[in-house]
Design a protein around this ligand. Structure first.
Ligand code: ADP
Ligand code: MG
Length: 477
């Protein structure tokens, strides 16, 4: 292969780019800025921002771009190759070709570095406790709930980093680790990942994972059998003890007391303790304050709802594990945009679409997706108000919001007003007369006219169409 080099031509005047950047980098920065402007921040962040400029081969006049995965590279190739090539050629005439491929390291696990400890404890050093057979089963962990399969974003990075640090088994500045957040956001996934990673590094050590409900059930059974001793002994023998969803323990006096005694001992013995709940320690009801404060001794990390970018990355990750599924990119974008309640639902939506397509032999397109997910889409629909639409549209066109209801017909306010009416019709369940009323008491025929007008313009005026799309994306959050 020809030697890689930088193009040797003079390049001048890319706005907003450091003066000392190389021509190649400067051109790339300008092209990216242009792409971002023309296709909107979301598409850009999802698909185009991850593009890396690899190099320029002067002999073949080829710029090489790469993406983190095969899937993304294919998508960008299909949807943006032309635009990107044209932009390069316009920016740097010496570029003839642009290739878009998956990065060399794509697909390789970047995470796992350490080897399992050689001084791992022999298996079964501690007697299994016969009273409670369930928790001594070979592995209670789901293989797919691994760190590698967990997609990290702003919403969960604190929790992820804490979990990872703990699982790596080094000295810890915190104990316990308390993870909290709404349902379906990945708390259980992280616990399973901790368990598996810990066992991988220290085979033979004792990791106990239990739901709080099971904890209560087993404790109550042990009490009935007058053998709480074995139950406690087993928990205390754990190197890592993980109790999921402790909000279920609150309010149950004797179990609660037992739970926190055990917890205390685990911490004192410098064993690792991981707890999850659907709320913060302070918000757990019916728990003694002494216990509550003990829960906050360690690290309290929240897991927040995934934003669009994270939802999108999660879908891409899941799709990589189902190479047989043919899910077009616009459907991926649509799901990430519209299924925002939690990750479990997002994953469920994707699985449902793929499974139904397989069952019915139908192709996955937008119509099929909307039909298959009708109920879920309704449940995830955010209530968009006319006021919000008027505010966004006014902001976008830099006019005062009062112009939405004013009688002025000057084009610079009339067109935005029509856009807002159109969006009100598309994005809210309001009737035409109601919409008219909210725009300065206009007649419903004015609203119809506006809707038709914008529909027509969207076909012929690319800039207006881009405005409308952008506003829709912003409003649908
Ligand atoms: P929780 O315990 O918080 O209710 P789970 O851990 O059961 O949520 O997660 C629900 C589903 O969503 C699981 O299938 C999990 O694998 C998936 N999930 C959640 N967050 C992520 C993430 N960041 N990356 C990949 N999958 C995730
Ligand atoms: Mg859970």
């Amino acid at each position: 292969m020809a030697q890689t080099s930088r193009p040797d031509f003079v390049f001048e005047g890319v706005r907003g780019v450091a003066a000392d950047a190389s021509p190649l980098d400067a051109a790339w920065a300008a092209i990216r800025a242009e792409l971002k402007r023309s296709c909107g921040a979301r598409t850009f962040d999802g698909w185009l921002k991850p593009i890396r400029l690899e190099d320029f081969d002067a002999d073949t006049a080829t710029v090489r771009l790469s993406l983190p995965s095969e899937f993304m590279a294919n998508w960008v190739e299909t949807h943006f190759a032309e635009q990107i090539r044209a932009a390069w050629r316009a920016m740097l005439p010496s570029v003839r070709y642009v290739t878009i491929e998956a990065a060399a390291e794509a697909g390789r696990s970047a995470m796992l570095t350490a080897e399992p400890s050689e001084e791992a404890a022999p298996v079964n050093e501690v007697e299994p406790v016969p009273v409670l057979p369930v928790a001594t089963e070979p592995s209670p962990f789901e293989a797919r709930y691994s760190f590698d399969n967990f997609v990290v974003g702003k919403a969960n990075e604190l929790a992820y980093n804490a979990a990872r640090t703990l699982a790596e088994g080094g000295a810890l500045g915190f104990n316990p680790l308390f993870l909290h957040g709404g349902t379906g956001l990945g708390k259980t996934h992280l616990m399973h990942a901790i368990g598996q990673e810990w066992l991988r590094r220290q085979p033979g050590s004792r990791v106990i994972y239990m739901s709080a409900e099971k904890f209560m059930f087993e404790f109550v059974s042990a009490m009935r059998a007058k053998d709480t001793y074995s139950f406690k002994a087993r928990l205390r023998a754990a190197d890592v003890l993980m109790i999921d969803d402790v909000q279920f323990i609150s309010g149950k006096d004797s179990t609660q007391e037992e739970f926190f005694h055990t917890m205390n001992e685990i911490i004192s013995a410098k064993k690792r303790l991981v707890i999850t709940a659907d709320r913060s320690p302070q918000d757990l009801e019916g728990i003694e304050s002494r216990i509550q404060s003990r829960l906050t001794w360690g690290l309290v990390a929240d897991v927040n709802p995934a934003d669009f970018e994270l939802r999108f990355s999660i879908l891409v990750k899941k799709l990589e594990a189902m190479p047989e599924a043919r899910v077009p990119p616009e459907v991926v974008m649509f799901l990430a945009r519209r299924i925002s309640a939690n990750v479990r639902e997002l994953e469920g939506a994707l699985n449902r679409v793929v499974a139904y397509a397989l069952l019915t032999g139908r192709e996955i397109d937008m119509a099929f997706t909307e039909e298959t997910l009708a109920d879920l889409l309704r449940a995830n629909q955010r209530r968009i108000t006319i006021d919000e639409i008027q505010r966004r549209v006014s902001d976008h066109y830099r006019i005062r919001q009062a112009e939405m209801s004013s009688a002025r017909r000057a084009r610079e306010v009339a067109r935005p007003r029509q856009v807002a009416m159109y969006l009100a019709k598309q994005l809210t369940p309001r009737s035409l007369p109601e919409i008219g009323r909210r725009f300065g008491g206009r007649d419903h025929t004015t609203v119809i006219h506006a809707v038709r007008q914008i529909e027509k313009l969207r076909q012929s005026d690319a800039e207006l169409d881009a405005d409308v799309r952008l506003l829709m994306r912003q409003l649908e959050g």
